[in-house]
Each structure stands twice: as structure tokens, then as C-alpha cells.
Design a protein around this ligand. Structure first.
Ligand SMILES: *Cc1c(COP(=O)(O)O)cnc(C)c1O
Length: 341
């Protein structure tokens, strides 16, 4: 029987994605060749990447003037590509956890970084509010979903400067007003595809403004001009991403997906709040609908290994919390069925 897969990433994917990708690895599109052994320049693969880009734009309702890119290097590569391409003098960062810190660290290699606010004081258990974004910053960087700490910014915020968002672990979990962002990026392995590809949604008018020289592969303009095909793209993860996008569309798009995600998250949070054994670790108003972090109440702390053992015996995997929070983390991404929750 299939496990209840609560892994944080790489993580659960729709059966539709796994099935279709497995089939294409055996025989891609009736070519009698594997998806792994065809040319990325073939008309069959060109059709895959074209459709993936078109569906990506359709499902997220991306306005004109933005490009969608599929790149190697994961979200971590974007931590450096963003400042390389956009930071001339100064950038602003919101510090909401491990990934936000890693992003900020790279930006410091390229210019001045202003940390507008941080929730480090409370082990990143909340999203800072009432901070000021400097109006002379080249951009403002946020991490919309903090995969490790289970907090999430689920509202598209207003920023006086271009807004850059790491959406690795909540992309396609809800509708997003892309027009409020200058750039959105993420690794695919949380909600979209197997590891190996990152997506970037970039407003083209922001590019080409910094004075430094940018290596060809790290310059967004290279990939915009070449439709993500300057070099060999990660063909299998892109094919898998296309399957997930088709699945999302069939399901009814992002309004529907968000509604399902809210229901799944409520099911779990309601039980955590009701059950005297458990407590949630994230501030209630900032709780993530993708990564549900919880611990056992102090008086039951010694039962944590027992609960974990029980969860494993019931076919659950990946429910142990990250070492920086402890307890448990149930990652309930888009593909997670309600029955597993
Ligand atoms: C997983 C994750 C990353 C890192 O992604 P890689 O593709 O492994 O580089 C970055 N940011 C967030 C929010 C993540 O969840």
C-alpha cells in the first residue's frame, strides 16, 4: 500500500504525475524512445516545454510582460541569481527563517542588505508585521512559506519596490496576484515535480539594470531570450511539472486547490488545538497550510517517540519535525489526499 507521505521535500506528487512520467520514461509520446534519451531540441520535447510554460501562465494568471523560466540549480541558485541580476546598491530582506537567511547571505556578496524585520527572537514562530520597506531599495525579498517553521504569508503584500518571493513550498497552493511581484522563484520538489528544476517568474522590465557583468548562465536575459533552452534543461522534471500543471487544471485550478488546502489544514490544526496532548508551534494567524508544525505539550513530552512510532506503524512517513523546531511536521502539499491528513 502507498505510504502516507508527509515528507517536506522532495515530497508527495500526484499519482497522475508519477504515472504519466513513468510511462514517458518507458516510451515517450509513441516515439519508442525514453524521455531520458531524446533530444531537448526535438519537436516533441519543444512541445512539452512550450505547454508547461503556457499552462504555468494560465493557471497562475500571469500578466503580459513576465517570463516563466525552468532552470537548474534549485531555489538555492536563485538566492544568488536574484541579487546578481537585480541588486545595484541596496536590497531589503524579511528574515522569517532558515531559507530567508540563506537568501540574505548571498545578497550580501553583491551590495548592502537591510534586514527590515526578523522573527529570530521567537525561533521564527511568527511573521513580523509593521515593518518599513526602504523606498530606495532595489527590491524587497520575502519567503512566502517557511517550510521548516510552518509559517506562511498568504496575502500578496504591497511593496513600494519590486517584490521578490521565494515560493518554493507554496507555489500553486493558492491564487497569487503575480502583478504585485517583480520576481517569484522556487525549487520544484515541494509542489510541482521531482528535484532538478527551479521555476522563475520574472517581470522582464526589471532586467538589464545593474552595472556589473553577469556570467551568461546566471543572467536571466539569457534564459528569457532562449526560452529556457540556452543549454540542456532538466527534461524529466519539466515533463513531470507539465503533468502536475495538467492535474491542477483538471482539478479546477487554484481557487479550488486553495479551498481543498484550507480544509486539509483546518482538519489537522483543529485536532492539534482540541487535543490536550498537542500544541502548534506557529502563531495562529501565520500558520502555514502546507507545513503543519506541532509538538507534544510539556507534560506529555516523553510520549513524542511513542507517537512517532505509532505514526510509522500506521504507514506515515516524514512526520518527524525538523531539528530546529523538534516535535512533528506534517507537510500536506497539494497532492496530499484528505484521507492521509
Ligand atoms: C526547499 C526550499 C529551498 C531550497 O530549495 P533547493 O531547490 O534545494 O535549493 C529554498 N526555499 C524554500 C522556502 C524551501 O522550502
Amino acid at each position: 500500500m502507498k505510504k502516507h507521505n508527509f515528507n517536506a521535500g522532495p515530497s508527495i506528487l500526484p499519482e497522475f504525475t508519477i504515472e504519466n512520467t513513468a510511462n514517458a520514461i518507458r516510451n515517450f509520446n509513441g516515439t519508442n524512445l525514453s524521455l531520458m534519451e531524446i533530444s531537448h531540441r526535438s519537436k516533441e520535447f519543444q512541445a512539452v516545454i512550450d505547454e508547461a510554460e503556457a499552462l504555468f501562465k494560465e493557471i497562475l494568471d500571469i500578466p503580459a510582460g513576465y517570463s516563466v523560466l525552468f532552470l537548474g540549480g534549485g531555489a538555492s541558485m536563485q538566492f544568488c541569481m536574484v541579487p546578481y541580476n537585480l541588486l545595484e546598491k541596496k536590497a531589503a530582506y524579511l528574515n522569517t527563517g532558515t531559507w530567508a537567511n540563506k537568501a540574505q547571505k548571498e545578497a550580501k556578496l553583491f551590495g548592502e542588505v537591510v534586514e527590515v524585520a526578523s522573527s529570530k527572537d521567537a525561533n521564527y514562530s511568527y511573521i513580523p508585521k509593521n515593518y518599513e520597506i526602504p523606498s530606495d531599495a532595489d527590491y524587497f525579498h520575502i519567503t512566502t512559506n517557511n517550510t521548516i517553521f510552518g509559517t506562511e504569508i498568504r496575502k500578496d503584500i504591497d511593496s513600494p519596490v519590486p517584490l521578490v518571493a521565494d515560493m518554493s513550498s507554496d507555489i500553486f497552493s493558492r491564487p497569487v496576484d503575480v502583478s504585485k511581484y517583480g520576481l517569484i522563484y522556487g525549487g520544484a520538489q515541494k509542489n510541482l515535480a521531482p528535484a532538478g528544476v527551479a521555476f522563475v517568474i520574472v517581470k522582464e522590465e526589471l532586467l538589464g539594470k545593474v552595472s556589473r557583468a553577469i556570467p551568461t548562465m546566471l543572467d536571466y536575459r539569457t534564459h528569457v531570450a532562449n526560452g529556457s533552452m540556452f543549454n540542456t534543461p532538466p527534461c524529466v522534471p519539466i515533463f513531470a511539472a507539465l503533468q502536475t500543471l495538467k492535474w491542477l487544471k483538471q482539478l479546477g485550478g487554484l481557487r479550488k486547490m486553495e479551498q481543498i488546502n484550507l480544509e486539509k489544514a483546518a482538519l489537522l490544526y483543529d485536532e492539534i488545538d482540541r487535543n490536550r496532548l498537542f500544541k502548534g508551534t506557529a502563531a495562529i494567524e501565520d500558520r502555514s497550510i502546507m507545513n503543519v508544525c506541532f509538538v507534544m505539550n510539556d507534560e506529555y513530552k516523553e510520549l513524542e517517540p511513542k507517537f512517532l512510532e505509532y505514526a510509522v506503524s500506521q504507514g506515515m512517513v516524514g512526520i518527524k519535525g525538523h531539528r530546529s523546531v523538534g516535535g512533528f511536521r506534517a507537510s500536506i502539499y497539494n497532492a496530499m489526499p484528505k484521507e492521509s491528513v
